[in-house]
Design a protein around this ligand. Structure first.
Ligand code: CAA
Length: 291
């Protein structure tokens, strides 16, 4: 199956990044969100990040203009039904995702492939609530989408080979690399990454090190591009907590117990960069550790 158009649900951090790379690769993109404000913010982020690539000589100004020209926006979720491939990149809550698929179903073309950019929720369970579990799979990008090379492709129990191959061909066309993961809690990247981040929060909670010393240790001692607490702020502490809960519930092993300090930050609304405060305070000129 040849995919030409892509519908993206959610214009946030992940959704606008996906729109960016899809449009740059030549796909017609329809971007949906629930408010004009979210769509405007999403599009201006795409514009800014494309401009960053122009200024670094990665793409030409004409490529940027063409990519932007391929993106249309809509507040009507149902309009996405006209596209060949839909990638849901809404909030990481199962009820939200289910409601989106429910609304979309009556408007889909028979051949439309449905996917979710979920970082941890069961693909098989999401698929089972749709009319096309064989045409449903996980399409998981990493943040920042324009920079990160990997896409995890997750087959649900019913996903057919044609759907997988069509999605794999899209990843190839994006110039990214696909890793195939089986449908178990948090798949591959987050199964490994999140317990590390959670352990970093325990290290802070138990007073083994400060925010600064924990991040420096992993940057300078393990060559990670960002320290684990800086990375947690970048991903969003609510997302980190949601993924730890999926691991804890889905695998029923206490080694995945979310650190109480992570829970406390989320309860405070200190969600990381997006709320300007997390393990660092981003409201000033430079980020300042909050512990
Ligand atoms: N759009 C386009 N380009 C971007 C960008 C964006 N949003 N963000 C950064 N870039 C580009 C920069 O322009 C720069 O390009 P050049 O190499 O051409 O100069 C390059 O990326 C590096 O950026 P910077 O020099 O500004 O900053 P940096 O060297 O500190 O790198 C980073 C920034 C790429 C984010 C790096 O810190 C990094 O790799 N961090 C770790 C990110 C990570 O682990 N992501 C995965 C999170 S887990 C996940 O996403 C899964 C999940 O489900 C939670």
């Amino acid at each position: 199956m040849d995919i030409k158009s892509v519908g993206i649900v959610g214009a946030g951090q992940m959704g606008n990044g996906i729109a960016h790379v899809m449009a740059l690769a030549g796909y017609k993109v329809m971007l949906n969100d629930i408010s004009d404000d979210a769509l405007t913010k999403g599009l201006s982020t795409v514009d800014r990040n494309l401009e960053r690539q122009v200024s670094r000589g990665k793409i030409g100004a004409d490529e940027k203009a063409e990519a932007l020209g391929r993106i249309s926006t809509t507040l009507a979720l149902t309009e996405l039904g006209q596209t060949d491939l839909i990638i849901e990149a809404a909030t990481e809550r199962e009820t939200v995702k289910q409601a989106i698929f429910e609304d979309l179903l009556p408007h889909l073309q028979p051949h439309t492939i449905l996917t979710s950019n979920t970082s941890s929720i069961s693909i098989t369970r999401l698929a089972s609530r749709t009319d096309r579990p064989e045409k449903f799979m996980g399409f998981h990008f990493m943040n920042p989408v324009p920079v990160m090379q990997l896409v995890e492709l997750i087959r649900g129990i019913a996903t057919d080979a044609e759907t997988f191959e069509a999605c794999k061909a899209v990843v190839d066309k994006l110039g990214k690399t696909a890793a195939t993961a089986e449908d178990f809690p948090a798949f591959i990247v987050n199964r490994i990454l999140m317990p590390m981040i959670n352990e970093a929060v325990y290290t802070l909670y138990e007073g083994v090190g400060s925010v600064q010393s924990i991040d420096s240790s992993m940057k300078l001692g393990a060559n990670h591009p960002m320290g684990p607490l800086e990375l947690a702020d970048f991903i969003g502490l609510d997302t980190c907590l949601a993924i730890m809960n999926v691991l804890h519930d889905g695998l029923a092993d206490t080694k995945y117990r979310p650190c109480p300090l992570l829970t406390k930050y989320v309860e405070a609304g200190w969600l990381g960069r997006k709320s300007q405060r997390g393990f660092y305070d981003y409201r000033g000129e430079v980020p300042v550790p909050t512990r």
